[in-house]
Design a protein. Structure first.
Length: 158
């Protein structure tokens, strides 16, 4: 299998233009913020009603869903993949390890838009909300990411 020439900027532009309520989360959001972390995939939390729109935006990049929209709603997540991987969370809400609740609609209202280049931006959770997403299943790398985000929060106004 030959690797595709995946155009990240075009991918983000396609998502933005589709009208999907999509939040970039995970380590790729940290990369967008300029933090020095490595990641091989993309993680999005999208509105449960926007699965078909998100899939349509990703289809032009050869990304195929592992589950139908109905199955994804029941599971709360699915994957879009080819030689790239996009993990897609579609739950209405999550519960963090500390018992805190995160609701997509609330995070969407507090989102930040980060410009990647002229005419292309990506939506990410606020810094506090991004930290909270890292607390859902805090693995060692998530704890390190939280440390970096808290340092960034101390430097950058929210």
């Amino acid at each position: 299998m030959q690797a595709s020439e995946f155009d990240e900027i075009a991918f983000f532009k396609g998502i933005e233009r589709s009208g999907v309520r999509a939040l970039l989360i995970g380590r790729r959001a940290l990369v967008v913020l300029g933090l020095p972390v490595l990641t091989a995939d993309y993680d999005f939390w999208i509105h449960v009603d926007d699965i078909a729109l998100f899939n349509a935006a990703a289809e032009s990049f050869g990304l195929l869903p592992t589950h139908t929209p109905e199955e994804a709603r029941q599971r709360g997540r699915y994957v879009l993949q080819n030689d790239e991987t996009v993990d897609v969370l579609v739950a209405r809400s999550l519960t963090a390890a500390d018992g805190g609740r995160l609701a997509f609609d609330e995070l969407w209202l507090r989102r930040r838009s980060v410009s990647l280049e002229e005419g292309v931006s990506v939506s990410i959770p606020s810094l506090d909300d991004l930290i909270a997403t890292k607390r859902v299943r805090p693995r060692p790398k998530d704890l390190e990411d939280i440390r970096l985000l808290e340092a960034l929060r101390g430097v950058e106004p929210e």
